[in-house]
Design a protein around this ligand. Structure first.
Ligand code: ADP
Length: 489
């Protein structure tokens, strides 16, 4: 099958969050399976060009109609981990992608509406007629609309569109001028059935457009799809999703085992597997040495996370003191874009600076995160909501037992050691329901008790997780099934 991914992020080259990992992991797995995969991305000034093999200018005659201009773009081509990637570079006084940041500008909707238009224009000019175009999050939510309403008229009648929602919290709400800029008449689209935002009168909701105009809509876990459709987590798009439920489904993300595998991980001092689990404890020793923690018979509880309200910062703080009061060690690696939260954790760090059982590392450090997963006994994820979540999947692969709140992808991947309706060999962690300190303690207490008093059972729990397959193998097949389902026969 011929598949084109259009996205705003790609792991290794331009990454802000999990979206980048999904586009990269899925594209690579589909390529390995023999599908013809191409990825179209913006050419950011901050992208890591050294990760693109053979980056060259491939097309320099792309003129994109935009508002009352024609914007000249160059298109670069190169391989990332064997996958064909195109990077669009507009030459325009607004410098859409040369601003030192991927997101965070006031005109983000304009920037990505332009990118969506340019990607389609590039496909039209170069005669690309894939079976499926796969687009992601609000940034590329206007692609299905423009394909249906504009580009089908230019002969692009073959491609079908799959739209993936990675986080419904961000919907790309903007003004109708954005439609005018990409050549659409707002009067035709500013209706409740189409793009009108359910909350703000006269606002355009780009994600809604993605849902309405695509052939299939996915989220990054089945539980998250259920939550955004039927519980209060839909951020006002629940009724749209309910209306289109016949074309909606959840596909759990995979984890890139080329990056995350304790048997071959280049960031950790001692590699190990489910059959050599004792070697993991050498990494625990290394982690303690790195953080000046004392070497004592205690479990290490870890948090590796963005520090924001989605991730349950209040509960992370509570867990820290609960762990210390119950004979455990606690390590945290995290950053926060929120100044208040950042300050709070810096204060905590100063307060606990001399504690031999605790270390807070406030920053982003990929290599260190690998050592923490390899050297800790538990990873804590008390999220308020979690579309999929990667850290629990990493924890499972590294024999680091996840303690999580039952929401989104966490509910689909972590099964409680005591209460899950699963056979014992499938149980792999601890789960709590209520987003409060009692809920958190109910799971942590059981996990800590098991670690101290039933080491043999704990080991089984670790091995159960390590043996589960959360690679891209199954999710890629799920996407292929969806592509087959929607493609024009
Ligand atoms: P989200 O995409 O919502 O931030 P995910 O769990 O899906 O959360 O993915 C987070 C990824 O970022 C994981 O691979 C995690 O290890 C990594 N990560 C988060 N914070 C840090 C940090 N401070 N340093 C290094 N890696 C981090």
């Amino acid at each position: 099958m011929y598949i084109v991914q259009i996205a705003s992020e790609y792991a290794g080259v331009a990454k802000v969050g999990g979206l980048a990992d999904v586009v990269q992991g899925l594209s690579r797995e589909l390529s390995i399976r023999g599908h013809h995969v191409e990825v179209i991305l913006p050419k950011y000034d901050v992208m890591k060009s050294d990760r693109v093999w053979g980056l060259t200018k491939a097309y320099s005659d792309l003129w994109v109609p935009y508002h009352h201009f024609w914007v000249h773009c160059d298109v670069y081509f190169g391989h990332v981990d064997g996958v064909k990637c195109f990077f669009i570079e507009p030459h325009f006084f607004k410098n859409f992608f040369s601003r030192g940041l991927i997101y965070g500008h006031k005109d983000d909707p304009e920037r990505f509406a332009f990118f969506s238009k340019a990607a389609l224009e590039f496909m039209l000019k170069t005669n690309k007629h894939p079976d499926v175009i796969h687009v992601h999050d609000w940034q590329t939510g206007l692609v299905p609309l423009m394909l249906c309403e504009t580009y089908r008229g230019f002969g692009m009648t073959h491609p079908r569109v799959c739209y993936t929602i990675h986080n419904i919290h961000h919907q790309g709400t903007t003004g109708e001028f954005v439609l005018r800029q990409i050549g659409l008449n707002p009067a035709s689209y500013m209706t409740m059935e189409r793009l009108l935002d359910p909350r703000y009168p006269n606002a355009v909701n780009i994600m809604k457009g993605g849902i309405v105009f695509s052939n299939f809509v996915t989220t990054v876990s089945p539980t998250y799809m259920n939550e955004i459709m039927w519980t209060g987590l839909g951020h006002n798009l629940q009724e749209v999703l309910q209306y289109y439920r016949g074309k909606c489904g959840g596909v759990l993300n995979g984890l890139d085992y080329a990056e995350w595998n304790p048997e071959v991980d280049r960031f950790i001092p001692h590699n190990y597997s489910p059959n050599s689990i004792d070697v993991k404890y050498k990494n625990k020793e290394a982690l303690r040495n790195r953080f000046w923690l004392r070497q004592e018979y205690k479990p290490i509880i870890a948090v590796v996370s963005r520090l924001d309200h989605q991730k349950g910062v209040g509960l992370i703080r509570h867990a820290l003191f609960y762990a210390l009061a119950n004979g455990c060690q606690f390590v945290l690696l995290g950053t926060s874009p929120d100044a208040g939260i950042n300050q709070d954790f810096w204060n905590l760090k100063r307060q606990l600076n001399d504690n031999p059982d605790c270390h807070l590392e406030l920053g982003f450090d990929e290599g260190l995160s690998h050592l923490i997963f390899a050297g800790s006994d538990m990873v804590l994820i008390p999220s308020a909501f979690e579309p999929c979540g990667l850290t629990q999947l990493i924890g499972l692969k590294y024999g680091t037992v996840p303690v999580v709140r039952r929401t989104g992808g966490l509910a689909d991947t972590v099964f409680d050691a005591n209460y899950a309706d699963k056979p014992y060999y499938d149980r792999n962690g601890y789960v709590f329901n209520d987003l409060n300190s009692e809920g958190l303690e109910s799971a942590l207490r059981r996990a800590i008790g098991m670690w101290f008093h039933y080491p043999r059972h704990w080991r089984e729990l670790m091995q159960n997780g390590m043996r589960q397959d959360h690679s891209w193998n199954y999710p890629a097949q799920d996407y292929v099934n969806i592509y087959e389902h929607i493609r024009e026969k």
